[in-house]
Design a protein around this ligand. Sequence first.
Ligand SMILES: Nc1ncnc2c1ncn2[C@@H]1O[C@H](COP(=O)(O)OP(=O)(O)O)[C@@H](O)[C@H]1O
Ligand SMILES: [Mg+2]
Length: 348
Amino acid sequence: MNPDLRRAQAGDDGANASRSDRDSSSLPEPVGPRPPRSTDTADPEIDLRAELRESQVEAVLDTLDGELIGLRAVKTRIRETAALLLVDRVRRRLELTTQTPTLHMSFTGNPGTGKTTVALRMSEILHRLGYVREGHLVSVTRDDLVGQYIGHTAPKTKEVIKRAMGGVLFIDEAYYLYRPENERDYGQESIEILLQVMENNRDDLVVVLAGYRDRMDRFFQSNPGMRSRIAHHLDFPDYTQAELLAISKLMLAEMSYRFSPEAETTFADYVARRMELPHFANARSIRNALDRARLRQANRLFAAGALTRRDLMTIEPQDILASRVFTESRADSGAAAESSDQSHASHS
Ligand SMILES: Nc1ncnc2c1ncn2[C@@H]1O[C@H](COP(=O)(O)OP(=O)(O)O)[C@@H](O)[C@H]1O
Ligand SMILES: [Mg+2]
C-alpha cells in the first residue's frame, strides 16, 4: 500500500475515534436498522458513510449514474463492489484482514454495451480506495500480448504488464489468447505469465477480461486457472430501443447538439431499423450514426446561407433520413453500416 494512503488513514483513525467518543456519551440511540451502538471505548465506532465521502468514490459512482444510461445491474454490482472494498479497507486498518482481495474481473457483453467505459470508472474507484497506485487503464488485445515468433511472446506480455502495473489491464476479446486448434500457439505462453502476475501482484494490478459472453464462458471452461482468479463477473446486456434513444440524446447534448422534435421521431425510427441489421453495435452504432448526421447537417448548413446559433445546434430529419438504413435493401444497408462503423465514413 502506498505510504501517503497509510498516513491519511492513520489520520482518519484519530478523527473517527474522537467523533465516536463524543457521540456515544451525548447522543441518543438512533432508531432504525442500524446495529446497536457500542459504548465500549476499546471498540470505537466506525462511520462507513464518512469513509465513503472521504474516499471520494461517491463522486465516481454518481458520474457513472449520470453519464451512463441503463445498465442498472452493472451499476448495482459496482456499488456493491465499492462497499465491499470500503469495508475491507477499514478491516485492514483495524488489522482484521491481511490478504488483498482478488479484484480481477470479467466484463461480458456485445460490442458497444459500455464495457470499456465502465472499466475506466472501475479503475478510478480502485485507485480512490487505494487498491491500485496509479489508477490508469491499459487496454490491449491478443496482438499486443502475443508475438509471431518463438521468444517474442514473453517480452511482449511482460512489457504490457509493466505498463499496466499500478492500474488496470483491460484485455479485450481475451479468449483469443487461447487457440486450442493450434497446439503450438504462443497465446498459452501469455496466459501463463498473466496467471502468475494475477496471483502474485494482485495488490497492484487488476486484470479485466472483456468480450462476448458465450466465448468467454468457453474460454473459462478450458482455462480453469483463469476462471479461479476472476472474482467478479459482470454481464452487460444489449440496450433497448428506448435506452439507445436516451443515449443518443445524452451524446448529442455532450457535443452541444440536439434533435429537432421531428428529428427525434426520425431517429427513433432509425434506431429501430438499425437494431435489426447485421453488425449492430449498441451505443457505438449510435455514436457513429450521430457522427454521420452531424456531417450531413454541416453540408446542409453550407448550402443554406444565413444561419442562427440554433441552426448550428439542431439535427433535422433530413440529416438522418439520408442514411442507407432508410434508402437501401436490408442486406445492402447492413454492409453499409458495417463499413461506416469501421471507417466512420459518411454514407449519404
Ligand atoms: N449506457 C451508456 N450511456 C451512454 N453512453 C454509452 C453507454 N454505453 C456505452 N456508451 C458509449 O458508447 C460507446 C461505446 O462504449 P464502450 O464502452 O466502448 O463499449 P464496449 O467496450 O462494450 O464495446 C462509448 O462512446 C460510450 O461512451
Ligand atoms: Mg470496448
